[in-house]
Design a protein around this ligand. Structure first.
Ligand SMILES: N=c1c2ncn([C@@H]3O[C@H](COP(=O)(O)OP(=O)(O)OP(=O)(O)O)[C@@H](O)[C@H]3O)c2ncn1[C@@H]1O[C@H](COP(=O)(O)O)[C@@H](O)[C@H]1O
Length: 110
């Protein structure tokens, strides 16, 4: 199955911002501006909550993908990168996880 990484989608969104294309939904959001992007992000977050609460709703993955796309558009609008989010998440790795990571090479040597 074809996959698209967050970095790849980030690059497409950045390209739409730099080189607007007629009919592009991403360009439509950037043209409407921050308030529209925030409104759509809030709507998509609500749709994720509704789908997650409903066991028989088949659309949870679709709704999470919509939210991820909207958050990436919001990040581009506010100048936040996927790398920055990854660095922030990495900085939160707890002491026990850091210890486990340090122990890995020692285990390999055995
Ligand atoms: N992942 C997405 C993505 N997810 C959702 N959407 C669009 O988001 C819109 C959401 O529909 P809604 O009914 O909520 O909104 P609407 O009624 O169309 O419009 P408004 O409510 O915003 O006024 C749809 O038009 C979807 O096509 C997306 N549009 C684009 N992408 C990605 O962005 C790339 C670039 O897309 P374009 O900018 O359209 O070229 C695509 O190749 C995709 O990878």
């Amino acid at each position: 199955m074809a996959k698209q990484s967050l970095h790849e989608l980030e690059a497409v969104i950045a390209d739409r911002k730099a080189n607007p294309i007629q009919g592009s939904y991403t360009d439509y959001l950037f043209t409407k501006g921050l308030d529209k992007i925030l409104k759509k992000t809030g709507e998509e977050a609500t749709e994720v909550i509704v789908a997650a609460k409903n066991d028989s709703d088949p659309d949870l993955i679709l709704e999470i993908a919509d939210l991820a796309y909207n958050v990436l558009v919001l990040m581009a609008e506010r100048g936040v990168s996927v790398d920055q989010i990854q660095a922030e998440l990495a900085s939160r790795i707890g002491p026990s996880d850091a210890k486990k990571l340090k122990e890995r090479p020692a285990i390999k040597k055995l």
